[in-house]
Every structure is written in structure tokens, then in C-alpha cells.
Design a binder for this molecule. Sequence first.
Ligand SMILES: C[S@@+](CC[C@H](N)C(=O)[O-])C[C@H]1O[C@@H](n2cnc3c(N)ncnc32)[C@H](O)[C@@H]1O
Length: 239
Amino acid sequence: MQLNKDIQTNGSTSALLLQSDCCMQPFSVHNGECLQWLKSLPDKCCDIFTDPPYNVGKDYGVWNDAMPDEEYAAWISDVLTECKRVANVLIVYVPKKWNLLYWNVLGSEFQEIILPFRPAGAIRYGYSNQFNKLLTNAKPKCKKPVLNVWDNMPQPGLGFFFREETYDHPGYTSEAITKRAIMQLCVSDVIADPFTGTGTTAVAALDAGKKFIGSEINAEYVAIAEKRVQRFINAPKLF
Ligand SMILES: C[S@@+](CC[C@H](N)C(=O)[O-])C[C@H]1O[C@@H](n2cnc3c(N)ncnc32)[C@H](O)[C@@H]1O
């Protein structure tokens, strides 16, 4: 299976591919800035699962993750507005500092319904266990009230023997959480991630039998994502 690397700076290849989705490649990543790429996509063409940069000074190589707060707030508001326009279901990680901003931009139809449990190891802020938040407009697929979809979730820090490859990425996202969120909540055939990083969302989307499109500003991460996806595609499958 051939991977499709979208190297056009305006991201138009992804938009074209979406219009004829029967011929669409299973994986397409635009190496560039996400806002222009998102603007090239049609309304309600996919679902989005994403873990954005939080402007906390992480070293993403290319992107300045320590811009003035007002600049970050204006930029991420535009990105979230575009995500909401293009996605049927949108699932986004929320940093504590920007929780209210994200929620205000996305609107009250978004719920903090998913709080994956993350043992922090050392005590932080006086608490030994922490919760990460996702904001989503997804409706649970199951008709019964959903109490907890995070049982048996292998996560870094949980149990002595669990290790997850993080590809030396400073903001790596848990593959287990991503997979479960996509399986439980997504409805579209195409999953997008404007902040693809090492391709965690891509692997989770393909594992769920869906196609993936994304953007990533750092070419080194794009290369890791491509290798990771190729390895996933080539791996023997039981079913
Ligand atoms: C929190 S990480 C996402 C990690 C990813 N989910 C994974 O598991 O590898 C955020 C990513 O967004 C990328 N990024 C930052 N600003 C960007 C922008 N304006 N456009 C596209 N990608 C960007 C960074 O290079 C980084 O890889």
C-alpha cells in the first residue's frame, strides 16, 4: 500500500482527495501549518481527534511553543473554529490553563464527558492521581448511560511494566486513549488531526478501519508518522 505525502503548501491535495473519497489514500499528511490546511477542507468532511500544542515552551523543533499568550489565544481560537467547521465529531485535548478559552470557542454543545485517569507517579499539586480532559461534541453510541469507557486502559505511569514508545516526541499522545476515543465516539469514515506529530491518531484511525488526513509542521515528525503507519500496515493482523 502506498502512502500519500501531501507536500503542497496550501494543503489542497487533501481537499481534492476528500472530494473523491473512494480513490482516497488511507493516509495523507500535509507537511505545513495547520490553519491554512484546515481552511482548504470542506465543511463537515471528517471527524477530528487532536492534541494541540499548549504554548508551554515544549521544543517541537520548528514551532514556537512559547509565544505571547494573546497571540496563542488568537491563533488557537482560529484553529478550533476551523476544526469545528470541518468536523462532524471533534475531540480535543484541553490543557488546564486554556480550558475556558477552548470551551468558549467550541461552545456549550461540547462536553467534558471524558476524563481519562492518569496516575501521575509523584504527587503533583497535592494530588497523587490526575485527570486529563477531552472536550467533545460526540454523542455516546450506546443508548444506556455511559459510566466509564476507560476501564483497562494501559497508560504510561499505570503499572510497573507498561511502557509505550514515545518516539522522543515531547508532546506524545497516548495511543491507547486515542484508539479508544476513536472507536467509541467517531462516526465519519475519515479521521483528521491538524497536529499529527508522530502519527498516533493516524495509526488509531487505520486500526479502526478508517482513513486519515492530517497536517504537521515539523518534517521530522512527518517522517516518523509515515514510518509508523507503514509499519502498522505491514504488521500481520489476526483479524
Ligand atoms: C501535542 S503534539 C501532538 C502529538 C501527536 N498526537 C503524537 O502522538 O505524536 C503537537 C504537534 O503539533 C505540531 N504543531 C505545532 N504547531 C503546528 C502548526 N501550526 N501546524 C501544524 N502542526 C503544528 C508540533 O510539531 C507537534 O508535533
